[in-house]
Design a protein around this ligand. Structure first.
Ligand code: FE
Ligand code: FE
Ligand code: ZN
Length: 278
């Protein structure tokens, strides 16, 4: 099982690997740059190589680079879309040095333009930055449907993928808090939701999970993460994820409201359950 959490990238790749090891994680997620700031710090090639080596040595699973959540590929303003294009493209090129890494981003908010226009603009952005030889798979994150977020439904993600030429470079990251907020009842019908995912997107597109409990009920469209067992999804749901034959093989990443200690506790909880379930 590959389980980990979101980590600060401020000290670099080797440091993130060591921090992950210290909390018994064998995957992790990080922001490619300060979510608020625009300029990315340069990555030290020696540090990236040391991070790669550490992960190989300790049998880590794939890791996830998260794009800044402040970019919007379907803003009504061309300058904002251009900034998203630049940021995503620049990150993607830098990530070629990072082994076994996904690049996750929030598709965007259409800000009143309508989902159709949003979907077109997100696809345009991806068509502008993907290239045939890239090795990093780009993940569209399932969204809560807060405000005018695109990507609340599997159909919207499908529509984006269908408009992208190099769609073999695309996958999906399923956020458990977000899909519940989006109206998918994963607690009572995990199998049914996954069947729907498979029918619309294909389960082979599913590359990673954000495992967050939710402060709000099904369909709330609020996007407030809770610690495991302290929200409306509940601990048994996360045990069902760990027990699931397909989900079990994917990187499971915590984005719960925690410091490192809390993450260590949640990772220990999941590991203690691993192998004990159905
Ligand atoms: Fe996210
Ligand atoms: Fe998430
Ligand atoms: Zn969220």
């Amino acid at each position: 099982m590959y389980v980990g959490c979101h980590l600060s990238s401020s000290k670099g790749f080797a440091a993130m690997g060591k921090t992950a090891l210290s909390i018994d994680a064998n995957t992790y997620q990080f922001f490619t740059r300060n979510p608020r700031g625009s300029k990315a710090k340069d990555w030290d090639p020696a540090d990236v190589a040391a991070g790669n080596a550490l992960r190989r040595e300790h049998g880590f699973g794939p890791i996830v680079a998260h794009a800044p959540y402040t970019i919007n590929a379907c803003s009504a303003e061309e300058s904002v879309r251009e900034f998203a294009r630049q940021t995503l493209g620049d990150d993607l090129h830098r990530l070629e040095a990072v082994e076994d890494c996904y690049y996750n981003f929030h598709p965007g908010s259409h800000v009143g333009q309508g989902a159709e226009t949003g979907i077109d603009q997100i696809a345009d952005t991806l068509n502008a930055i993907l290239w045939p030889e890239q090795t990093t798979t780009v993940l569209l994150e399932t969204m809560a449907g807060k405000g005018s977020e695109v990507g609340r439904t599997f159909e919207e993600l499908r529509a984006i993928i269908d408009r992208v030429e190099l769609s073999d470079k695309l996958g999906v990251c399923l956020d458990t808090c977000h899909v519940s907020d989006g109206g998918y009842d994963v607690v009572h019908n995990l199998e049914g939701v996954l069947e729907e995912f498979d029918r619309i997107l294909g389960l082979d597109r599913l590359k990673a999970l954000h495992i967050n409990d939710s402060m709000n009920p099904l369909g709330a469209h609020k996007d407030r993460h809770a610690c495991l067992g302290e929200g409306t999804l509940g601990l048994d749901f996360f045990y069902a994820v760990v027990d699931h034959p397909i989900l079990h093989r994917l990187p499971l990443l915590l984005e719960t409201p925690n410091e490192l200690e809390g993450y260590a506790r949640e990772i220990a909880l999941l590991r203690a359950h691993d192998g004990k379930g159905a």
